[in-house]
Structures are given as structure tokens and as C-alpha cells.
Design a protein around this ligand. Structure first.
Ligand code: ZN
Length: 133
């Protein structure tokens, strides 16, 4: 893995959280993007080379809605940048980490993404992401 790319935070109301994080970080979000397939609306802040991704559910049965139902708002995942996501998936699987999918999928911010099963990553939801070419 190369670097921490972003930190995902589950929120109930993206507009309210955008205001809160703008005040906290002293800067505005630089984009809002909906990923329909994931039932999520996201916004991005950039600070010191790391991004903060706020995630709001757009459907009652989306993963973010289920997360908030179970655990409430808050820290959702850590995303690490890799140069070759398929290669990293092979490598980490061979090291006994479990992934939640066998193929990467399209995520927000022009990325290919895949998540690890938190059971194999100390209960932390970890994402691998690669910029789409
Ligand atoms: Zn993410």
C-alpha cells in the first residue's frame, strides 16, 4: 500500500455535516458525488494531502444506512491507495486477509475500490483504492 488516501465518515445528513466539517477544518468540501449503485451520496474535503469522505445513505437498505442503524454516525473506513488494485487483492488474499468482493467496483472520486472483511482487519473497515486510468 502506498499511503492513506482518505478517511470515510458515515453521516445522517450530508448538508449539515458539510457545514460542521467546513467549520472544523476551516475549508469547504470540494465536491459532492452520488454513487447510485452503492446508495450513497458523498462529499470530499482535502487536508494535508489526505481526504475526508463524508457518506450519507440515499436508500434505506444501503450499506451506510445499515452501518448507522447498527453503530450510529462516525468513523466508517480507512482507504489506502494502491497502484494495481487487482495485484494488491491477490497479494493480501494470499496473506490471509479476506475481501468483501472478488472484483473491484466503481467508487466515488474516480476510483476502483474493494473492501476487506473487518473480521480480518481488527474490526476496522479498510478499503483499497486505485485511480481509474
Ligand atoms: Zn472510501
Amino acid at each position: 500500500m502506498e499511503r492513506l488516501e482518505h478517511i470515510g465518515i458515515a453521516v445522517k445528513n450530508l448538508d449539515e455535516s458539510n457545514k460542521l466539517f467546513a467549520k472544523l477544518l476551516g475549508r469547504s468540501h470540494y465536491k459532492i458525488e452520488e454513487v447510485e449503485s452503492e446508495g450513497v451520496r458523498t462529499s470530499f474535503f482535502e487536508i494535508g494531502g489526505v481526504k475526508i469522505e463524508l457518506l450519507e445513505a440515499t436508500k434505506a437498505d444501503s450499506p451506510i444506512a445499515k452501518f448507522i442503524e447498527k453503530k450510529g454516525e462516525g468513523l466508517h473506513h480507512l482507504a489506502f491507495a494502491v497502484t494495481d488494485i487487482k495485484e494488491s487483492m491477490k497479494e493480501k488474499t494470499a496473506q490471509d486477509f479476506s475481501l468483501l468482493a472478488t472484483e473491484p467496483k466503481d467508487g466515488a472520486d474516480n476510483k476502483q475500490i474493494v473492501f476487506f472483511h473487518p473480521k480480518t482487519t481488527n474490526a476496522v473497515l479498510v478499503e483499497l483504492c486505485q485511480d481509474k486510468k
